[in-house]
Design a protein around this ligand. Structure first.
Ligand code: NAG
Ligand code: NAG
Ligand code: NAG
Length: 546
């Protein structure tokens, strides 16, 4: 959930030097030419359109890739999907026509190289972000002999308005991602990639997306390994439980009291692309920033003539074992909550109470039970402290554990129960000079890694110095690319990776700790066990009518 404002600043600062063009390649839409990186480390083919949007498929799956004459110059990263510049701001960036992807290859990869492919889905709470090389630069990944692809997909109501009617069935943004994966199957050979060895990875909303792709028939066969960094389809913000109600609340902000999905569709389709982004549902009184995150994938209705992405809820599918079995890597950072807690201010803190801030995918039969559980949660995290700026570090565990850590551990548990493919769990704890998210959130000086911090070690950024921390960058990119190559992050021990990372098992579930030294830690802490108890009793049941 790295703010888009940052990303734009970086893109602006990015050097715009003359680049050496690559030889053109032929993809399904036409010919495309990329450029060689200044330092000669890789070739980049930027902004390739993989699907089309017209007024006709607004809120729906995208159309096929466009065709063009001549040579498409993939030298500018010139597209991002429409979004507010900041969760709080009212400035908009991006364009409607945004379904593009960036392909980065090791230099001179020949078409018969059959290199493993890693496809990254960016985070940003399903409302912001892009696959921009400003934040997701490829160099450390391509240098390991892997092709990296980053993608854009529709955001916010444009991508995730879910009315369960033919004209707005839901999941348009995630169907964009499927279209990108299909494009990759069709075209990656030309770049030297192996369409049979595709690893899908993502962070935050991107990880929740990956988790959803494991559950969908639509995505089956389009990827073969999955990495989920700080996100899951089980996260309260990662999947909408009441999408029509969310749409009704958006309409309400615009001054319309409508609940009927067809009427809602009429309203939304009459709005301009920017107008759709302007209503912001006020957070529930007493909630945290997490209760503002309402837009995400949903369960669709079966509708004649519409190919659905998902027709059952993630928890049920995982519990029944109805997901695509493959090697999985899933983990979180040890201080996820820092980044999110930094969005609270003295006003929101003074109004916050645990009862109203409980995750939205819990449902309590009585207010009394809600209070009782909220009270125990408050004691667990705050002890006798009251909520204030001074106790924000304690409170931040509440922004982190139920929203990121527990969902990942719960998904692990269900996958282990139903799949014999390896599951590699990790906790990223490293505290170095590139924990930019933690620094941005104002928590530098405290140990641990905040939400998003690992990204700065995996990718190169345009204006974060890269001379530091080469060892951790080498470590994490080696673990990730090993997984993409072999389905195993440590196929052998080396000087860099002296410890073997074993898959998690049910008898003694452990996570691999990524820090200065490697170690393992039990997957379940006492507080996670407590969340498990709560979810076992109160997990909200899926209903197809809200
Ligand atoms: C605090 O955050 C709330 C909720 O986002 C916002 O409406 C309010 O203006 C902020 N207040 C201050 C003092 O920054
Ligand atoms: C909270 O206060 C009560 C009463 O003063 C005390 O018994 C209890 O030990 C305190 N709990 C913690 C975690 O400090
Ligand atoms: C399960 O994992 C633990 C910790 O990695 C390991 O010590 C143990 O041998 C494993 N058990 C099985 C049955 O694989």
């Amino acid at each position: 959930m790295i703010s888009a404002k940052w990303l734009v600043l970086w893109s602006l600062w990015a050097a715009r030097l003359a680049r050496q063009p690559t030889a053109p390649l032929r993809v399904s839409g036409g010919r495309v030419r990329g450029s060689v990186a200044h330092d000669g480390s890789h070739a980049a083919y930027l902004g390739i359109p993989y699907a089309t949007l017209t007024h006709g498929n607004r809120f729906q799956a995208p159309g096929p890739e466009p065709k063009w004459e001549g040579i498409f110059d993939g030298v500018e990263e010139n597209a991002r999907c429409l979004q507010r510049l900041d969760i709080r701001g009212n400035i908009f960036i991006g364009q409607q026509d945004c379904l593009t992807l960036n392909v980065y290859t090791p230099l001179n990869a020949s078409p018969d190289a059959h290199l493993p492919v890693m496809v990254f889905i960016h985070g940003g709470a399903f409302v912001e972000g892009s696959g921009s090389p400003g934040l997701y630069g490829p160099k450390y990944i391509t240098s390991k002999g892997v092709i990296l692809i980053t993608i854009n997909y529709r955001l916010n109501a444009q991508g995730f308005l879910c009315l369960r009617v033919k004209e707005a069935p839901g999941n348009a943004g995630i169907k964009d991602q499927v279209a990108a994966l299909r494009w990759i199957q069709k075209n990656i050979r030309v770049f030297g990639g192996d369409p049979g060895r595709v690893t899908l990875f993502g962070e935050s909303a991107g990880a929740s997306s990956v988790s959803h792709h494991l559950l969908s028939h639509m995505s089956k066969g389009l990827f073969h390994r999955a990495i989920m960094q700080s996100g899951s389809a089980l996260a309260p913000w990662g999947h909408q439980v009441g999408p029509v109600k969310v749409a009704a609340s958006l309409a309400k902000v615009k001054g319309h009291t409508i609940e009927d999905p067809h009427e809602l569709y009429k309203l939304f389709t009459s709005m301009s692309e920017l107008e759709i982004l302007t209503p912001r549902i006020p957070r529930e009184l007493g909630g945290t920033i997490m209760s503002e995150m309402l837009v995400s994938p949903c369960v669709e209705k079966v509708i004649d003539g519409v190919e659905p992405f998902l027709t059952e809820d993630p928890y049920t599918l995982l519990a029944k074992g109805e997901f695509t079995k493959m090697p999985i890597m899933i983990g979180t950072n040890d201080e996820e909550g820092y980044f999110l807690a930094s969005y609270e201010n003295t006003t929101t803190l003074s109004k916050m109470n645990f009862e109203r801030a409980m995750p939205v995918n819990l449902e309590f039969p009585t207010e009394r039970e809600r209070s009782k559980e909220a009270c125990r949660i408050k004691e667990m995290y705050m002890g006798n402290d009251t909520i204030s700026k001074e106790s924000l570090v304690k409170l931040s565990k509440f922004h982190g554990e139920p929203f990121f850590v527990y969902p990942a551990v719960a998904e692990t548990e269900l996958v282990l129960k139903n799949s014999d493919q390896p599951v590699y769990n990790y906790v990223f704890k490293y505290d170095g000079r590139k924990n930019i998210a933690k620094w941005y959130a104002g928590f530098s000086g405290l140990p641990g890694a905040a939400h998003g911090d690992e990204l700065f070690y995996l990718f190169e950024q345009h204006n974060v110095p890269n001379m530091f921390e080469w060892r951790m960058m080498d470590t994490i990119t080696t673990l990730w690319t090993n997984f993409a190559k072999y389905g195993d992050p440590t196929p052998e021990t080396t000087e860099l990776l002296p410890v073997k990372w074993y898959p998690t098992n049910r008898t003694s579930p452990q996570a691999f700790v990524i820090d200065r030294d490697f170690s393992t830690t039990p997957l379940w802490s006492d507080s996670l066990k407590y969340w498990h108890e709560i979810y076992t009793k109160y997990r909200k049941k899926h209903r197809n009518d809200g």
